[in-house]
Ligand binder design. Structure first.
Ligand SMILES: *[C@@H]1O[C@H](CO)[C@@H](O)[C@H](O)[C@H]1NC(C)=O
Ligand SMILES: *[C@@H]1O[C@H](CO)[C@@H](O)[C@H](O)[C@H]1NC(C)=O
Ligand SMILES: *[C@@H]1O[C@H](CO)[C@@H](O)[C@H](O)[C@H]1NC(C)=O
Length: 427
């Protein structure tokens, strides 16, 4: 449960500025297609690895994929489950960890030099009600807090009565995320607008219950950008609706995640953000993830393991692989050691960071020394924590999850038209 301190309330108020609902906010950034993204809290706090936050986010990731797998069964049938996939038990973190995170909420907001997720503005309704959103390629539903939510702290809330394009729809949306966190609420359709791109009669949930450990998450809600197969609402996600409405030039979007100028670009690829050609890979359409088959990982120039599937997920902070495969990778890194066997974290000598590369049959896509490093194991230590963790997410023994630690290293292009994911070198 969020129990915001006065400092936190103040910080949220300052950061998010005005509450969205009643004010006749003009349509945001009309006729633009690039939406600026703002960085959020990370696993690194003052240069030191934040084990509590990493553990809590790991549980959230397991629960997110637990939902994805359930939705795949519901939408596509059980035969579509990835081989070896299991619906894991609901993941939780120890109460002391949850309590420590809760106490630190206010710090997290002040520390803006961080990378847990990237948030950007959207608006819902007529006139526009504004929300700060996590754009998530690893899920396919949209939710924001409801006016009726009593557990939503200072989050912006959706008020259907103030929107003349709002329609209530039957059913209830319910999803569990991180530690004891749960989001549920009624379903609506309304006009949703991102960077001036509109989706009319877009299905979403206005959450009346937002419980649990949202210590890390200072956005209002989540906008899923995966395939419709992952949708719990079993409805067209925002991007697909906007495309069907004829409001997008091309059926693709691109993520640029950087220290400065991060953006989500809708309906194309921003030429200002990359150089050279785009390397595209057909995705495996059996699930609804942005899943590229036939990956290999190298440490230096040595291929450690190959032939695995990779899900490119903007809603996940670091990189996760099956524990046995990740162990092999770290075994190739001189001086590496297990840091936390339970959560699959490894450390390495900070002076000699590993050079890890992913390859799908084209170029090597290198994880920079900055993005592989989650910070010192402890204050004064000479050892650092790696952003590749061995975690059983429930996706089977051949599926890896590549989150922001990977995506920061190149431009990432998600194309519903050709069912490909593309990568291009940053300018
Ligand atoms: C597609 O993904 C599924 C589930 O992860 C896997 O079982 C299947 O082998 C993959 N197909 C290809 C061609 O890689
Ligand atoms: C979102 O909108 C608010 C209010 O206009 C603004 O202050 C903030 O910078 C915007 N955030 C992003 C990431 O564009
Ligand atoms: C809905 O609200 C908008 C903005 O306030 C207004 O321009 C429009 O005329 C309204 N439409 C209806 C049908 O009331």
């Amino acid at each position: 449960m969020i129990n915001p301190t006065p400092a936190l309330l103040l910080a949220i108020t300052l950061v998010l500025s005005q509450a969205a609902t009643a004010s006749p906010t003009p349509e945001i950034e009309a006729n633009t297609i690039a939406i600026p993204l703002r960085k959020r809290t990370s696993f690194t706090h003052n240069g030191i690895f934040d084990k509590d936050r990493a553990e809590s986010a790991g549980a959230a990731t397991i629960n997110k994929y637990r939902h994805n797998l359930k939705n795949i069964i519901k939408n596509l049938g059980i035969a579509s489950l990835p081989e070896g996939a299991v619906i894991k038990p609901y993941a939780t973190v120890a109460r002391d960890v949850a309590e420590r995170l809760e106490r630190r909420q206010s710090e997290a907001l002040i520390d803006i030099n961080n990378e847990l997720l990237w948030g950007g503005n959207i608006s819902i309704g007529t006139p526009a009600q504004r929300f700060l959103i996590d754009f998530d390629t690893g899920s396919s539903d949209l939710w924001v807090p409801s006016r009726a939510c009593t557990s939503c702290g200072s989050m912006n809330r959706y008020n259907p009565l103030l929107s003349n394009s709002s329609k209530p729809r039957p059913g209830i949306f319910e999803i569990e995320y991180g530690d004891h966190s749960q989001v549920s609420g009624p379903i609506f359709t309304d006009t949703v607008s991102v960077a001036g791109i509109k989706a009319t009669n877009q299905y979403f949930s206005a959450a009346t219950t937002v419980n649990g450990d949202f210590a890390d998450v200072v956005v209002d809600g989540i906008l899923g950008m995966g395939y419709p197969a992952l949708s719990q609402l079993h409805r067209s996600p925002f991007f697909n609706t906007a495309r069907a409405n004829g409001n997008l030039k091309a059926n693709r979007f691109s993520f640029y995640l950087a220290k400065k100028g991060s953006e989500l670009y809708l309906g194309g690829t921003n030429p200002a953000k990359y150089k050279g050609s785009i390397e595209t890979h057909r995705i495996n359409l059996s699930t609804g993830f942005w899943q590229i088959p036939n990956a290999r990982i190298k440490v230096g120039n040595t291929v450690v393991t190959s032939g695995f599937q990779t899900i490119i997920d903007s809603g996940t902070t670091i990189m996760y692989g099956p524990p046995s495969a990740v162990k092999k990778v770290w075994a190739k890194v001189p001086g590496s050691a297990v840091l936390d066997a339970e959560n699959g974290f490894y450390s390495f000598p900070c002076a000699t960071p590993p050079q890890m590369k992913f390859n799908w049959g084209g170029k090597d896509w290198v994880i920079s020394t900055a993005t592989i490093n989650l910070g010192l194991t402890a204050a004064g230590s000479s050892r650092c924590v790696g952003a590749l963790s061995g975690q059983d997410i429930g996706l089977g023994s051949n599926v890896w999850l590549l989150g922001d630690s990977f995506m920061q290293n190149q431009l990432n292009i998600f194309d519903f038209g050709s069912n490909t994911v593309g990568f291009a070198a940053l300018r």
